[in-house]
Design a protein around this ligand. Structure first.
Ligand code: BES
Ligand code: MN
Ligand code: MN
Length: 462
């Protein structure tokens, strides 16, 4: 056989089975107990890179989880593409008992493959590896390829910048491609041109030395859980904006032109309701729903820890309480500066009756990538040929820390061409990957590699 697209047709079932093996590995990067599983996933990715024709495949150690690198540089004179993805996944804790099947026992149901990481990002990076394989085994790769697949994306890529800085020659390329985002819908794919950044923190409030009897001491001790709630409640204004001094100083207003472009891909209230199940929208009234979820910064409480939460009653006055909080950031907010501003605000909001402490957990820079390059045109055509329809351009509310690093260090186009759906349930229960998206994703990447392979390195780099 010599047509990569027919090869895909014939391999569809085999590729799904191979993807299931990758999803079975519990590569939860944030849990230290799972470090062995994370490594197993790295090894399986390395094996698939060899299978896809990469002539050099290496697993690089970092202070925490390994980076997998693979390259095939057999097309001298042709452009070089750097394909990034992550093989680590988010935790699967399930307080609401919503997972219908085991998160690490992938199952097919109604055209979807269920399992943690199926969409974010194992299924998507796997699609790109298999697209390379389809070309390698059917006429050969039309350009040079480098794969960079990391195991720490879900914890904010804490060691990746250093790895990239110290391996600049190894990683040098004319264009970077990332498939770790969602399309607008199965009918309409999308190219992402902006991602939000992130600052993730813990706020701890403490009061009495130890837990106290609430009858004996209640009324005289400022309850740390209550004080924490008071601090957190004070971090928003009634209109939904964030009450942290200096927080908006670096937020560039959305231009009228961009607002008009965003309005062309609206998030309707009914679609919002279908996807969230919440009774009514909330947030800054002067911004549309699409703007709120992608172009505006946020402050979110992820969890409150403290006191008694077991069965029945325990009349205890807890000694301390903790909250997990994060902010989504937009250009030109700096994650470290935001940490500093929140720290200052929390100090200001902490009454003398308790003590507070802010501890950073992770960071990610916001990123905007240009959409007028020749490489972007190649991606538009790739969706057209591989997915079947022309893509729209969108901002995305999530974060991928490496995007800013690629732009800053290599000055190359970064193509955010994802294959997920916004209702895949990434990070939540019953995460799934639509198998039609998997298949169309592989086709899109074949088309993209073909398109870029027909260009000169200078044209690709733009
Ligand atoms: N693939 C996501 C980014 C994303 C989120 C794309 C939503 C499209 C829609 C990525 O794996 C992710 O979840 N990133 C983290 C980054 C953080 C830990 C620094 C995020 O956004 O929470
Ligand atoms: Mn991801
Ligand atoms: Mn994720």
């Amino acid at each position: 056989m010599s047509d990569p697209f027919s090869y895909l047709d014939s391999m569809r079932g085999a590729f799904i089975n191979e993807l299931k093996e990758l999803i079975q590995i519990e590569s939860i990067s944030t849990l230290s107990a799972k470090a062995g599983e994370v490594r197993r996933a790295a090894e399986l990715v390395a094996q698939h890179l060899r299978g896809a024709g990469m002539s050099t495949v290496q697993i690089f150690e970092t202070p925490r989880h390994p980076v997998v690198y693979g390259e095939w540089l057999g097309a001298p004179g042709a452009p070089t593409i750097l394909i990034y993805g992550h093989y680590d996944v988010q935790p699967v804790d399930d307080p609401e008992k919503k997972w219908l099947t085991d998160p690490f026992t992938p199952v097919e149901r109604e055209g979807n493959l269920y399992g943690r990481g199926s969409s974010d990002d194992k299924g998507q990076i796997f699609a790109n590896i298999k697209a390379a394989q389809a070309l390698a085994q059917n006429g050969g790769l039309p350009l040079n390829i480098k794969f960079l697949v990391e195991g720490e994306e879900e914890i904010g890529s804490p060691n990746l910048d250093h790895f990239i800085e110290s391996h600049q020659e190894l990683l040098r390329a004319d264009v970077a491609v990332i498939s770790d985002t969602a399309v607008l819908s199965l009918e309409t794919p999308s190219i992402i041109y902006a991602l939000r950044g992130l600052t993730y923190l813990e706020i701890e409030v403490s009061g009495p030395e130890k837990d106290l009897h609430s009858g004996q001491w209640g009324g005289s001790v400022h309850n740390p859980l209550q004080a924490l709630c008071e601090i957190i409640a004070a971090l928003h204004n009634p209109d939904g904006s964030i009450n942290v001094e200096g927080f908006y100083d670096k937020v560039r207003p959305i231009s009228a032109e961009e607002r008009a472009a965003i309005a062309k891909v609206p998030l309707t209230e009914s679609e919002w309701k279908r996807q969230t199940g919440a009774p009514q929208p909330w947030g800054e009234p002067s911004y549309s729903l699409r703007e709120r979820v992608s172009a505006r910064p946020t402050l979110e409480v992820h969890g409150l820890i403290g006191g008694f939460s077991g069965e029945g009653a325990k009349t205890v006055l807890p000694a301390h309480a903790k909250a997990k909080v994060s902010c989504r950031l937009v250009n030109d907010q700096d994650p470290h500066e935001i940490e500093h501003l929140i720290r200052r605000q929390v100090e200001k909001l902490t009454p003398p009756t308790v003590r507070s402490k802010v501890t950073p957990i992770n960071y990610g820079d916001p990123a905007v990538v240009p959409i007028d390059s020749a490489a972007i045109k190649a991606a538009v055509d790739a969706y057209q040929r591989g997915w079947g329809t022309e893509p729209v351009f969108m901002r995305e509310g999530g974060s991928i820390p490496v995007v800013a690093t690629f732009s800053r260090m290599f000055h190359i186009p970064v193509l955010l061409v994802g294959y997920g759906l916004s209702d895949d349930g990434a990070h939540g229960p019953n995460e799934k990957f639509n198998l039609e998206c998997f298949y169309r994703g592989m086709r899109t990447m074949i088309a993209l590699l073909q398109n870029l392979g027909k260009m000169t390195p200078a044209q690709v780099k733009g």
